[in-house]
Ligand binder design. Structure first.
Ligand SMILES: Cc1ncc(COP(=O)(O)O)c(C=O)c1O
Length: 339
């Protein structure tokens, strides 16, 4: 496939010059039938977005890097948990484009995945700025003095912002082409982890444009609120859809009002907290592993747990959107193993 294959830009050619995503990913990612889980079980393999590091963040960063270029950004500041996948992807993208990357972090339960990610952020030259909790990390990010200076880019947690949402609108248009080519049937439901929100926001708009009969189910994996502020909450995702569509309409005035899609918030798999696993998430991770899918406990394991339960209840095709990188660690990079 051509390096600039991005169906969003074919659908809305007016956006081509203004969005101009930086190709980082091998797209389209495959769709795969999980036949031993039932004739109706499908997965979209965004774990394979890129060979060095995959997952949903690399898709987002294609559009975000272009935005950084437009802002002439040299320094990137973001935030996330100590084992943030978004931090790894941002560190890699900054490393490859000659930008500095600072990451305000807050603690999460320590696991092999967390240790691996910390080693990767270090490997790609990011500077982690540990804070004792989410509130202090968020304040460090919001009140950073670089906000008053040119050349600084403040990337929200999870690499979520309007360009990230464009990436997942594009991803649904990509899936729609795969359906058209009969690589998989049209799903009645897409199940995906919801953290910072742009993945679901983009999937919902994308489905409204191209798969109107498909419901997006967003599996909550982070706390709904931080004090009075909504964090991992349906209102945040609705707002992200509005913001992203507004930016697109500023670039292409011929776009209609924001297309609206029915989507579902699923809070029953969050369990005991962000990054905290439980027996049913662990079982889901083992089932995934037996089917060749590398899942982790914070995001993809919880979403896959929901997927397995949904397969039991539905007969129509259901698609699990895999969002966690399955790339191997770069050669020579060691992490201490443990729980
Ligand atoms: C592996 C994985 N899946 C899903 C998500 C959730 O995506 P979003 O933050 O766009 O809601 C994240 C976010 O950090 C992630 O790292």
């Amino acid at each position: 496939m051509a390096a600039d294959y991005r169906p969003l830009l074919n659908r809305f050619p007016q956006l081509r010059a203004s969005l101009a995503p930086t190709p980082l990913c091998d797209l389209p990612t495959p769709v795969q039938h999980l036949s031993s889980l039932g004739g109706h079980a499908w997965v979209k393999r965004d774990d394979l977005t890129a060979s060095e590091y995959g997952g949903n963040k690399m898709r987002k960063l294609e559009f975000i890097l272009a935005d950084m270029d437009r802002h002439k950004a040299k320094h990137v500041v973001t935030l996330g948990a100590t084992g943030t996948n978004a931090g790894v992807a941002a560190a890699l993208a900054c490393h490859n484009t000659g930008r500095s990357c600072d990451i305000f972090t807050f603690p999460q339960p320590d696991t092999d995945t967390v240790r691996k990610n910390r080693a990767l952020m270090d490997h790609y030259g990011a500077r982690c700025l540990p804070r004792r909790n989410l509130l202090s990390a968020a304040l460090g990010w919001y009140l950073h003095p670089g906000r008053l200076l040119p050349g600084w880019y403040f990337l929200y947690a999870g690499c979520s912002n309007p360009p990230a949402t464009f990436a997942y609108i594009n991803a649904v248009l990509e899936l729609a082409e795969q359906i058209e080519e009969r690589q998989c049937p049209p799903p009645s439901e897409i199940i995906v982890a919801a953290g910072s929100g742009a993945t679901v926001a983009g999937l919902a708009i994308g489905c409204a444009l191209a798969l109107p009969h498909c419901t997006v189910t967003a599996v909550q994996v982070a706390p709904a609120r931080l004090g009075p502020f909504a964090v991992c909450h349906p209102n945040v995702i609705e707002k992200m859809q509005d913001q992203a569509w507004k930016v697109l309409r500023e670039q292409d005035a011929t776009l209609p009002d924001r297309p609206v899609q029915h989507w579902v918030w699923e809070d029953r798999y969050f369990g005991n907290g962000y990054g905290v696993t439980d027996a049913s998430t662990d079982t889901a991770i083992s089932v995934g592993s037996a089917h060749g899918l590398a899942l982790e406990a914070t995001y993809s394991g919880k979403a896959f747990n929901c997927f397995l339960d949904t397969l039991d209840k539905r007969r129509e095709p259901v698609l699990f959107w895999h969002t966690y990188s399955s790339a191997a660690l770069p050669e020579g990079l060691q992490t201490t193993s443990g729980s």
